[in-house]
Ligand binder design. Structure first.
Ligand SMILES: [Zn+2]
Length: 83
């Protein structure tokens, strides 16, 4: 069965279902043929968000990545100590 055709909402390129990137926001699905088109959309999305909400969201997202990196570094250290 042929895959369903999808259209990138940023550049208009046609791609097949299963390829590309999908972002779901509040039940609506947005489709992009590549990560770079998805990133363009997300960057544009920031322009329409309340700056205070965006600031809080950025801090929370950064915190999550900092904690993830900390865990990775601790894990690497443990692996080195085992050698
Ligand atoms: Zn595209």
């Amino acid at each position: 069965m042929p895959s369903r055709k999808m259209e990138c909402i940023v550049c208009g390129r046609i791609f097949y279902e299963g390829q590309g990137i999908r972002i779901s926001i509040a039940g609506k699905e947005y489709t992009f043929h590549s990560k770079s088109c998805a990133l363009k959309f997300v960057k544009n999305l920031f322009l329409y968000l309340d700056p205070k909400d965006l600031e809080n969201a950025a801090k929370l997202a950064e915190k999550e990545f900092i904690e993830h990196l900390k865990e990775l570094r601790e894990q690497r250290k443990k692996n080195l100590e085992r050698i």
